[in-house]
Design a protein. Structure first.
Length: 166
């Protein structure tokens, strides 16, 4: 009977985790962090999995439940304390819009020819180094190392203007 209960808890926790991966958190900022669906499902997977493995290894009922509880707590602490904050930082970094590059001062890293494109490099608002394809004004070339101003952005290029002192 104990194995069935642990297996059900493991499967229910796995289903909860699958739901959070597919649909995201249900309560976002409304619930306490340790009571989020991700944390509770992680705890259920840890409890069911840890207890089930301990039971199958021949550990008696009481200690296997304690092992399951210890694994659940460890899994929740690791997930909520380390993995979720890391993933949230990654998500924040990936939401930088190309429109935020407007007004940036950049350095030409690959010469911008009269016709065609080159490359510029600059630090974005979060301090990350950005390398992006760029074009200069029609009929002018901009040499490598020149300082440029990002005046316009489209889906393909940064349109830059040379602001190097001559």
């Amino acid at each position: 009977m104990e194995l069935v209960v642990l297996l059900v808890v493991l499967v229910a926790g796995g289903a909860g985790l699958l739901c959070t991966f597919v649909f995201g958190e249900l309560m976002h900022d409304e619930a306490l962090p340790f009571l989020s669906l991700t944390a509770l499902a992680t705890g259920a997977v840890g409890f069911g999995g840890g207890g089930l493995i301990a039971s199958l290894a021949g550990v008696s009922s009481g200690p296997s439940l304690l092992i399951g509880a210890a694994v659940a707590i460890a899994a929740m602490v690791l997930t909520r304390g380390m993995l979720v904050p890391y993933l949230q930082r990654q998500q924040g970094n990936s939401l930088t819009s190309r429109a935020s590059y407007l007004g940036s001062l950049a350095t030409v890293t690959l010469e911008l020819p009269e016709s065609g494109w080159g490359e510029v490099q600059f630090a974005d608002a979060t301090g990350n180094l950005v390398r992006i394809r760029a074009v200069g004004p029609a009929g002018t070339s901009i040499p490598k190392g020149a300082k440029v101003y990002v005046a316009e952005m489209d889906d393909e290029f940064a349109h830059v203007v040379d602001v190097s002192e001559t």
